[in-house]
Write a protein that binds this ligand. Structure first.
Ligand SMILES: Nc1ncnc2c1ncn2[C@@H]1O[C@H](COP(=O)(O)OP(=O)(O)O)[C@@H](O)[C@H]1O
Ligand SMILES: Nc1nc2c(ncn2[C@H]2C[C@H](O)[C@@H](COP(=O)(O)O)O2)c(=O)[nH]1
Length: 345
């Protein structure tokens, strides 16, 4: 038999017949045949991730029809060097990593001060197979700037969270660019080796690139804090980046923590974060509505096919989870059952 056996995904072995000359790097694309006879790109892998590429042909351009109506085509692509480590790969190589297939990724979503961080800590303590990635709040509160040109060496710190609450029309768009970028980085962070060695590991993110758009940015736009032009630009780059990073930003599950806005207001006041002292009940109500529209009524227009299919676990957390052991165990059981269902699917 001519060619190589490449393990592309779990359980899928592909025989590549070769023609042509040698190449060191490239991208392998898998196309599925559609009913109309055309081919849709389903996966893309950096060659150096799947095999020793020194044996691949230069200028390789070849098509192999497999008996499962899957067409394989490999093409030399030298513009973008393949990443050294699949999980730190750049834009455009997203599918090469497809994250770790045996780690489930779940986001905790919910209104401000509903109790996401508290809940995340409870989950972390409950199950060592669940690892939490907190929301990058401190990054938003501590942006290193160089200050005035005359004081170049002096480092200043900007608190973008505070700036956004103090002058929302000036800073909301800037805030969403930064919050979204930091969420992308958080979601792309490689899975820890500790987690990778566990059975049925789960990566839990506090919020996601999706609530950034379908809750906050949309809300800011509806409130007039983000104008038409900013909204168009935000949506353009958001769609582009989410599509480019592909599977690496996808979630397998969403846990929606829900409480009445009034309850969130009370918890917010108790927490007393200085930047948030101007937050009104009305603002929390609009955010509540955005969550409900996106995750419960499904009336928000979402732009990513996979996101529409993500199963959502809704947990009502109006009651005190911290000081009521029975209630806490009941909620944890719901999460365990939900996570088990993700593994079963
Ligand atoms: N279920 C709950 N019942 C009562 N208080 C809670 C509950 N969950 C969180 N809190 C309290 O509410 C405040 C906000 O919680 P936090 O976890 O910081 O919210 P979030 O991360 O959603 O902004 C904290 O003071 C926390 O102790
Ligand atoms: N305008 C936006 N504000 C956001 C966004 N994500 C979080 N936030 C604010 C809300 C809180 O004041 C603070 C932290 O949120 P918690 O709910 O975790 O306490 O940051 C956003 O995308 N846009």
């Amino acid at each position: 038999m001519c060619g190589f056996v490449c393990r592309l995904t779990r359980g899928l072995h592909v025989v590549l017949c070769r023609t042509g000359m040698l190449s060191k790097a490239g991208v392998l694309r898998i196309f599925s045949q559609t009913e109309l006879g055309s081919f849709a790109l389903t996966s893309r892998f950096s060659w150096n991730v799947i095999a020793n590429t020194s044996t691949f042909p230069r200028g390789f351009s070849h098509t192999v029809a497999l008996n499962t109506a899957v067409l394989l085509r490999a093409r030399r692509m030298t513009e973008k060097p393949p990443a050294k480590h699949c999980c730190s790969a750049g834009v455009g190589t997203g599918e090469s990593c497809a994250s770790s297939p045996h780690v489930k990724r779940v986001a905790i979503e919910g209104n401000i001060a509903v109790g996401k961080s508290t809940f995340a800590r409870i989950l972390q303590a409950e199950n060592k197979h669940w690892e939490i990635t907190p929301e990058p709040l401190s990054e938003w509160q501590n942006i290193q700037t160089t200050g005035e040109p005359s004081k170049k060496s002096q480092q200043n710190v900007s608190n973008l969270l505070q700036m956004m609450y103090q002058d929302s029309s000036r800073w909301s768009y800037t805030f969403q660019t930064y919050s979204c970028m930091s969420r992308i980085k958080a979601q792309l962070k490689p899975v820890s080796s500790r987690l990778l060695n566990l059975v049925q590991p789960v990566q839990i993110f506090e919020r996601s690139v999706y609530s950034d758009r379908y809750v906050f940015a949309l809300n800011m736009f509806n409130m007039g804090s983000i104008n038409d032009t900013e909204w168009a630009i935000y949506q353009d780059w958001h769609t582009f980046l989410v599509q480019e990073f592909g599977k690496r930003l996808e979630l397998e599950g969403i846990i929606y923590l829900r409480a009445q806005p009034q309850v969130c207001k009370e918890r917010l006041s108790r927490r007393a974060r200085p930047e948030e002292k101007g937050i009104t009940l009305e603002y929390l109500e609009t955010l509540h509505t955005q969550h409900e529209n996106w995750l419960v009524h499904k009336s928000t227009q979402v732009h990513f096919e996979h996101l529409r299919k993500v199963p959502v676990l809704v947990l009502d957390v109006d009651d005190d989870i911290q000081n009521n052991r029975e209630y806490k165990m009941q909620i944890i059981t719901q999460v365990k059952n939900y996570v088990s269902s993700l593994w079963a699917s």
